[in-house]
Design a protein. Structure first.
Length: 172
């Protein structure tokens, strides 16, 4: 990849993975990137739980009726959990850290996908029970990881929704 724009163009949500495990060195790299994500007042309200145990990952798969099928083939999952009492910007802080994970995964040749958990009580209860998270932490999302078993087209710059950009004042 030659630029950040190239990285953004190629990063797509991958929902099917090969059985090849993700190397610990790559997971360590992703976590370093996440730990450097900006957070409000630099409070770093996040905690990351790395799950590499395949039976545990598969047990997470039914956490939601829709949108969690990627857990059927993922070989690693990073649970992004946050302490809401630590910061009033905890959701934004967690989202930025998760995006760092997603972009770093693409850069490392891995597939990754965000699986939204926060606000879905049954999903959070299941993830909490499988990972032993304490009550003071809320699960924002899971980032599934693995080697890609599907190819997705890169974003076409000519087809981006440029009408969503406004300068100085909102205009229709």
């Amino acid at each position: 990849m030659n630029s950040f724009l190239d990285l953004c163009r190629s990063r797509r949500s991958i929902r099917r993975y090969t059985p090849q495990p993700v190397e610990q060195e790559k997971i360590d790299y992703l976590l370093q990137c996440a730990l450097m994500a900006p957070s409000g007042k630099r409070l770093n309200p996040w905690e990351f739980v790395v799950v590499r145990d395949i039976p545990t990952i598969r047990a997470m798969a039914p956490c939601k009726e829709y949108g969690s099928g990627m857990l059927e083939t993922a070989t690693a999952v990073i649970v992004v959990a946050l302490d809401s009492a630590k910061s009033d910007t905890w959701q934004a802080d967690g989202a930025v850290a998760a995006e760092h994970l997603l972009l770093a995964a693409e850069e490392q040749g891995l597939g990754a996908c965000w699986c939204h958990i926060y606000g879905r009580e049954n999903a959070e209860t299941l993830i909490r029970s499988l990972t032993g998270l304490p009550d003071n932490l809320s699960v924002l999302c899971l980032v599934t990881l693995g080697y890609k078993d599907e190819q997705r087209k890169h974003y076409d710059l000519a087809k981006l929704p440029y009408t969503k950009i406004h300068y100085n004042r909102f205009s229709l």
